[in-house]
Design a protein around this ligand. Structure first.
Ligand code: ATP
Length: 364
């Protein structure tokens, strides 16, 4: 089922929680709503489910206007962070509960429960009470219950945040497998960018009630439209600057680190425009051999070293007091010490020129 939000607003009194949302979730997508706490993700999900009214705008399921349709008629399955299982009912009864309200024969109910027990691998737990299950198993029951109604759209609201790291990773695999098997259009809310990047077929990043960008995980990481997204999706260094010259996609930017050459602009910009330069910590090269060859050479001091196992992170500082994070894989042992002077290069293909950083108010 394709889901479309058209110019949707949600206001609580004077406060706008969701501001002019235009979003198309393709049929069969595993679509993520990603953003910091308070940015409007849950409100968007609740409007989709019909649990919250739409103040202005329209919502469509497969082209049909469902803006005013009651929640019960939308065929939505929901899974919440806190599982929301009935504690006094067995796994079987918990799954059966949602089906009893539907017009199904006893055989149909039985068949559906068997199907979802199979898909969520819960067959051996049917007689247990939720209190006798691990967090991951409880979350699978919540998923089984949502799937049993054969929803048009499955909504997942921070489903993994109560689980420890190992269970979280297992549940990620489970959700991906189930999504593949069922093909149900799924909208998944999280503030965890790693979850969204590793699982999503598409991601919408929200900030302070606004949808900032929708793209595939790879596109979002490689082509962020704003400094907020560059910093929220993965790590980056953001350096304020001003355009000194432009020729096609190539530009020179005046910054506190000197003039930086760039081969990438997120949008056309003119000379004199204020910008924000983004460069990923893994894209900066340290000149181990002191060859002096490379684009955008910079002389910097090593302020701090953090050993991360597979890599080391250096915090470097230049004359203009601008700090730069640089990630190193396979750094030679004892290569540098705090206080050392180093030369770095920033390949112009990795120097991304973005619009300037703007304050977006609450939700940041
Ligand atoms: P989190 O990750 O913390 O759950 P979120 O992105 O899901 O955050 P929402 O729960 O959608 O954020 O809330 C968006 C904004 O709307 C918040 O500032 C919140 O305080 C506000 N809000 C939500 N529900 C109401 C309400 N019933 N009345 C007034 N304001 C509300």
């Amino acid at each position: 089922m394709e889901v479309v939000f058209k110019n949707v607003f949600k206001r609580y009194g004077d406060f706008t929680a969701v501001d002019n949302l235009d979003l198309k979730v393709e049929s069969g997508a595993l679509h993520f709503l990603l953003g910091p706490s308070g940015c409007g993700k849950t409100t968007t999900l609740r409007m989709l489910a019909g649990l919250e009214t739409v103040t202005e705008g329209q919502l469509f399921f497969d082209g049909k206007d469902v803006t005013k349709q009651p929640a019960a008629d939308r065929g939505i399955g929901m899974v919440f962070q806190n599982y929301a299982l009935w504690p006094h009912m067995t796994v079987y009864k918990n799954i059966e509960y949602g089906l009893k309200l539907r017009k199904l024969t006893a055989d149909e109910v039985k068949q559906r429960i068997e199907d979802v027990l199979e898909i969520t691998q819960l067959k051996n737990f049917v007689h247990r009470l939720p209190g006798q299950l691990s967090g991951g198993q409880q979350q699978r029951v919540a998923l089984a219950r949502a799937l049993a109604i054969r929803p048009n759209v499955l909504l997942l609201d921070e489903p993994l945040s109560n689980l420890d790291a190992k269970l979280r990773s297992e549940m990620r695999d489970n959700i991906l497998r189930i999504h593949k098997q069922t093909g149900i259009t799924t909208v998944y809310v999280t503030h965890d960018q790693k979850e969204a990047l590793s699982m999503g077929t598409s991601i919408s990043v929200m900030h302070a009630g606004h949808l900032i960008q929708t793209a595939s995980p790879r596109n979002l990481y490689n082509h962020p439209k704003t400094p907020f997204i560059a910093g929220f999706i993965g790590e980056t260094n953001l350096i304020p600057g001003r355009v000194k010259s432009v020729q096609g996609n190539q530009s020179e930017i005046e910054t506190g680190l000197g003039i930086l050459k760039s081969n990438r602009m997120s949008e056309p910009m003119s000379v004199g425009a204020e910008v924000s330069v983004s460069i990923r910590p893994e894209a900066i090269a340290i000149d181990w051999g002191k060859s002096g060859q490379g684009e955008n050479p910079l002389g910097l001091a090593v302020e701090h070293l953090t050993y991360l196992g597979e890599s080391e992170q250096f915090l470097l500082r230049g004359d203009g007091d601008i700090g730069l994070k640089v990630n190193f894989y396979h750094a030679p042992e004892h290569s540098f010490h705090e206080g050392d002077q180093v030369t770095c290069f920033m390949p112009a293909d990795d120097v991304l020129v973005l619009p300037p950083q703007v304050e977006m108010g609450p939700g940041t």
